[in-house]
Design a protein around this ligand. Structure first.
Ligand code: PBG
Length: 328
């Protein structure tokens, strides 16, 4: 008697057509959100050294970029702004004429169907680089909430579709939801960075957003990488406070968290394929050690397979091309 089973898994792996037919997870351009970094100035399209292929854009350069992103079929962008001046309370964060507020208007004029998501946090705007009001070396929780609500409101007024609070300040989703509703923005959605870890994979981004903390780190508010049950509590809280989409961040080292959140909650799940995940592959590919296209698509597929409905990724434009039949 043979030890073989009658079933031979290789039968369905024999040709590309067979493999396509039984593939369980299929990436689509609809899955992606593309991050954009906007800066003051004129004629700026400056590559971010630690994130090759990603740029700092000035407002006057943004229309063409938004049109290109929309033409690729990418449904959404998420905006990060570099202010002209940083201060203790991050004033430009809620300035009507702030860099992100201008960017929202410009993108909406150029490509009105493109969903505009804004990151709502203080770290890019504060002189000390922390995600809130700092006193006695500690990020003050409740005092920060009002500033986050003001920033979210100013993004809503400028025409954003979704605000994405990323500071891991307790109660931030509730504070923003309430401010939006009271001011007539009850249709504005919130995508909360619900389970955001104190990760070292944000290194290249802090270069891009010029937002490293001047002292200390973010471990008093972002999550300990060792915890999973706590992530589920965070997600439950944010849903209770009014989040429409819940995010896990980073993505690849936290696929188990994505899976558990997917299984436990019937809400859309976003995953942030962060800067370090991207730059590691870029660096290895530049040395000829990895095939960027294949590794990137494998990473994105893994994130989707783990349960993400939405993937924020610096590969969005490349992946959109790679997913187009006939493109190389
Ligand atoms: C906070 C924010 C960060 C990222 C997105 N929003 C940085 C941080 O928390 O320190 C990181 C994204 C990335 O690494 O790609 N505004």
């Amino acid at each position: 008697m043979s030890m073989f089973s009658a079933y031979r898994p290789r039968r369905l792996r024999r040709t590309e057509a067979l493999r396509n037919m039984v593939r369980e997870t299929k990436l689509s351009v609809d899955d992606f959100i593309y991050p954009l970094f906007v800066v003051h100035g004129q004629g700026v399209k400056k590559e971010i050294p630690s994130m090759p292929g990603n740029y700092h854009w000035s407002i006057d350069m943004l229309s063409a970029e938004a049109e290109e992103i929309a033409a690729l079929g990418i449904p959404a962008v998420i905006l990060f702004g570099l202010p002209a001046v940083k201060d203790e309370v991050g004033s430009e964060n809620y300035d009507e004429q702030g860099i992100v507020q201008q960017a929202i208007q410009t993108i909406k004029e150029a490509a009105s169907d493109l969903v505009v998501v804004t990151d709502v946090c203080m770290c890019e705007y504060t002189s000390h680089g922390h995600c809130g009001i700092v006193r006695d070396g500690y990020v003050q929780n409740d005092e920060t909430l009002g500033y986050l609500a003001k920033a979210a409101l100013s993004h809503a007024a400028a025409g954003a579709d979704i605000v994405a609070p990323s500071g891991m300040i307790d109660g931030q989703v509730w504070a923003i939801r309430e401010a939006l509703d009271v001011n007539g923005y009850d249709n504005m959605a919130i995508m909360s960075y619900a389970a955001k870890y104190a990760s070292s994979f944000y290194g290249p981004f802090r270069d891009a957003a010029q937002s490293p903390p001047e002292f200390g780190d973010r471990r008093s508010h972002q999550m300990d990488p060792a915890n999973v049950r706590e992530a589920l509590r965070e997600v439950a809280l944010d849903i209770k406070e009014g989040a429409d989409v819940v995010m896990v961040k980073p993505a690849l080292p936290y696929l188990d968290i994505i899976r558990q959140v997917r299984d436990r909650f019937d809400y859309p799940v976003a995953a942030y394929n962060v800067s370090g995940e991207y730059s590691m592959v870029k660096a290895a590919a530049a040395r000829g050690w990895l095939d960027e296209r294949r590794v990137a698509m494998e990473c994105l597929t893994s994130i989707k397979r783990a349960g993400a409905d939405v993937i924020i990724t610096y590969w969005a434009k490349d992946a959109a091309r790679w997913l187009t039949p006939g493109e190389r």
